[in-house]
Design a protein. Structure first.
Length: 115
């Protein structure tokens, strides 16, 4: 993406498919948008229909960026709660050793037999 940004000139439009592809936090797309605006480059986000060449598009850009960050934080929070719940039930977060029940040491034994 850095090479693409270096190539952009005033009056160009930087096109991305989805806002969430630009970054993983709200700060990065906001910084990107500020950098593009400073260089007189517009941003077009295809999936969300955002076009920062208009005031409404800039508003939409900031709103969708905030929603994307919110959803990522909810997913992280839910994942951590799920892991804590599993630990409370005695789960350790890995697959059961199915091959051990049938004898042998599992995948390592299969690998070592091939030597």
């Amino acid at each position: 993406m850095d090479k693409t940004l270096d190539y952009l000139r005033p009056g160009d439009t930087f096109v991305i498919t989805r806002l969430s592809r630009a970054a993983r936090s709200l700060r990065h797309p906001l910084d990107l948008a500020a950098q593009l605006r400073e260089r007189e480059v517009d941003l077009l986000v295809l999936k969300q229909g955002i076009d920062t060449s208009t005031p409404g598009g800039r508003l939409q850009f900031h709103m969708f960026g905030a929603f994307d960050e919110f959803l990522r934080e909810i997913i992280v929070e839910d994942t951590l709660e799920g892991l804590a719940s599993a630990r409370a039930r005695g789960r350790v977060g890995r697959r059961p050793a199915a091959l051990d029940a049938h004898g042998g040491d599992g995948p390592r034994a299969v690998r070592d037999e091939g030597r």
